[in-house]
Design a protein around this ligand. Structure first.
Ligand SMILES: [Zn+2]
Length: 158
């Protein structure tokens, strides 16, 4: 699932705590709950695996992280988060699982292999036969839902 979706979920969750460590842990856990939902993009995966896999993953992650940064910045400038540092900790917790996955992918470090397998396993638990556009709708729908809930709960954009 895209980092932008994970990060937005973390912002929503982190709004409800004042604890940096709790926000980080909840963000981390939320990552796996979201990754459990069907969200694969077969076309994108095929393109990535065709050649220069690591470079393409890095480029996608960079583009995705940039979008998350823009979404976060817009929310920060238009809402009144009481503890911005808690929100940032939540976002870091929520994107760390994919950062670890990427580090393993790029380095093949053995100690990260069990984690890598766990992360892949989460994706494979529930694989209903959905069309790619349906899985894109799930991601876009979740992102929209999280942003609306963030705005509603913070009374932003009014
Ligand atoms: Zn993930």
């Amino acid at each position: 699932m895209f980092l932008t979706v994970h990060g937005s979920a973390a912002i929503l969750i982190s709004e409800h705590t004042n604890s940096i460590s709790l926000a980080f842990i909840l963000g981390f856990i939320s990552h796996f709950i979201l990754d459990f939902l069907p969200h694969e993009n077969p076309g994108l995966s095929k393109w990535v695996k065709k050649s220069n896999e690591i470079k393409k993953y890095f480029f996608l992650a960079l583009a995705d992280f940039s979008l998350l940064t823009i979404v976060t910045a817009i929310l920060f400038f238009n809402t009144t988060f009481t503890n911005p540092h808690v929100i940032i900790a939540g976002i870091f917790g929520a994107i760390l699982p994919d950062v670890l996955w990427g580090i393993h992918k790029a380095t093949n470090w053995k100690f990260l292999k069990p984690y890598h397998d766990f992360h892949t396993w989460i994706h494979s638990i529930w694989e209903p036969n959905l069309e790619p556009y349906q899985m894109a709708v799930i991601q876009a729908g979740l992102l929209t839902l999280f942003i609306i809930l963030i705005i509603i709960t913070k009374n932003g954009f009014v």
